[in-house]
Unconditional design. Structure first.
Length: 501
């Protein structure tokens, strides 16, 4: 259940179920429309993916057109999305019957999705074909290599780091905007992974994700075929182990001859000698999980048939104009492995607690302090960033892996706890309830009454992340990343913003 911002008073038009946990109120479900224009939904499917046992898919899939009536309805208009839900399914070719696939069949390491014009999405797809353009390696394609000059159509994508970082997402979307020719491209996901079925992405009106003249969608899918991984969650294939077939060269910073993302661990993790912070001690994680590799010691031969699957996206959107809509963006913060000048390493290892330790003491804690929404490497679009600009935080959850105990987000100056999230674990075998796996991380949500008002935070304000894992066993390639949505403060005729935190 989600520990949301404090609940105030019940209001007609909301479907609310509240649970009291300690001194905070938490919600299992509610509707965010508050009498606004009606919501409608439609579902679309990615092209089929074929993966053999142990194989990794970590790349964009080909853009797929949205329904024709959607394209016509929002031609030269803005579509405001409340949420987008993902499912991973197998569709029977003869009957059309749809079967959701559990994490024990296909593990969702992470995913992202873009909605925009066909031209913009095809441009990104063609320049990133066959790999994740944002990591874990630095391969890029394009007619002019890494050159940053010239028309967008003639340039390759610049390496940004993993799509799971809010900072990388923002820089990537700046590149996408060049293809979109000023239009808005809506982005969902990023660090969202195995928790996808049990984590609501719904935004409370009037906050939305906006896309101008939407024509197509495109998913970045990092999926792992779990077939043959014995023991379910105990197999740890989802940790992306570096198998004996991989050629790791710490001196050159390469895996199988390819440069991996630079390691950017915090001083705390470096002083601890964390094994996930250097190729010389690297055991497994994102940097051994690129597109097309196998995570099993036994690589299946061509006689082993691949498994077929598709990503199913269900869009929920406002059918009519949403008066006063407040489009959101992804703040650059926060990664538990980062600091004030580096966005972070994305991942780290959890060492096993000393033999004989009482279970209650087997808890690994990592902390970082980072600005709320300042680019780490360059000003966005070459323009100066105002650290005093105020954003309203609307939606947040802390993405973590198996073994996670939860995350907290604090405002450093005021000491205020902004958000606390705790993973939910499955107890069964069906899709959405896989035993031992993280199956949901209910988010913190702010908005109009009866929700608490969104915290107003300056872009330069420092936020502290606390991330906790169970350390009764060693864990590799774990993550502790905040996924947040925030909206620029509405214009108030020049009045100074009242910053609430």
């Amino acid at each position: 259940r989600a520990c949301f911002a404090p609940f105030r008073t019940a209001m007609a038009g909301f479907s609310v179920v509240a649970f009291l946990l300690g001194a905070s109120l938490c919600f299992s479900q509610f509707q965010f429309t508050q009498g606004f224009e009606r919501l409608r939904s439609f579902s679309v499917y990615s092209e089929r993916l074929l993966l053999r046992p142990g194989e990794v898919h970590n790349a964009f899939v080909k853009p797929v057109p949205l329904p024709e009536y959607i394209v016509k309805q929002f031609a030269n208009k803005t579509m405001h999305l409340q949420k987008v839900d993902l499912d991973i399914v197998r569709v029977d070719g003869s009957s059309g019957k749809e079967e959701p696939l559990p994490l024990t069949a296909v593990y969702n390491h992470h995913h992202a999705m873009l909605v925009g014009t066909q031209h913009a999405l095809e441009g990104i797809f063609n320049r990133s074909r066959g790999h994740d353009p944002l990591g874990p390696n630095q391969r890029l394609t394009g007619r002019r290599g890494h050159q940053d000059h010239g028309p967008a159509e003639a340039r390759a994508l610049r390496p940004r780091g993993c799509m799971m970082h809010g900072a990388a997402v923002n820089e990537f979307l700046a590149d996408v905007a060049e293809f979109a020719k000023g239009g808005k491209v809506a982005a969902f996901g990023g660090a969202s992974g195995a928790e996808f079925r049990g984590t609501s992405t719904a935004l409370p009106a009037p906050y939305t994700s906006a896309s101008s003249s939407p024509e197509s969608f495109m998913g970045l899918l990092h999926f792992i075929n779990m077939r043959g991984a014995k023991g379910g969650v105990r197999s740890k294939r989802f940790e992306c182990p570096c198998t004996s077939a991989r050629k790791i060269d710490p001196a050159n910073g390469t895996v199988d001859g390819q440069k991996v993302l630079p390691f950017e661990c915090s001083l705390e993790l470096l002083q601890q000698g964390n094994t996930g912070c250097s190729l010389s001690t690297y055991i497994g994680g994102y940097r051994c999980c690129e597109h097309g590799v196998f995570l099993s010691e036994d690589i299946p031969g061509p006689e082993v048939p691949p498994d077929e699957l598709r990503a199913k996206y269900t869009f929920t959107y406002y059918d009519e104009e949403l008066v006063g809509a407040r489009p959101v963006r992804k703040p650059s913060c926060c990664d538990a492995t980062g600091n004030e000048t580096h966005k972070g390493n994305i991942e780290y290892d959890v060492p096993r607690c000393p033999e004989g330790s009482p279970p209650e003491f087997c808890e690994h804690v990592t902390m970082s302090v980072q600005p709320f929404d300042l680019p780490m490497n360059r000003s966005r679009n070459g323009s100066a960033i105002d650290p005093d600009e105020v954003l309203e935080l609307v939606h947040a959850w802390g993405h973590q892996h198996v073994g996670a105990l939860g995350m907290e987000l604090f405002h450093v100056r005021s000491g205020q706890l902004l958000c606390r999230t705790r993973p939910q674990y499955g107890n069964g075998s069906g899709a959405g309830d896989e035993s031992g796996f993280v199956v949901g991380i209910p988010p913190c949500v702010w908005g109009p009454p009866p929700l608490s008002p969104p915290p107003r935070i300056r872009r330069g304000d420092l936020l502290r992340t606390m991330a906790r894992y169970n350390s009764s066993e060693a864990r590799h390639g774990v993550m502790s990343l905040w996924l947040m949505d925030a909206a620029p403060l509405a214009k108030t005729n020049g009045a100074k913003a009242d910053v609430l935190v």
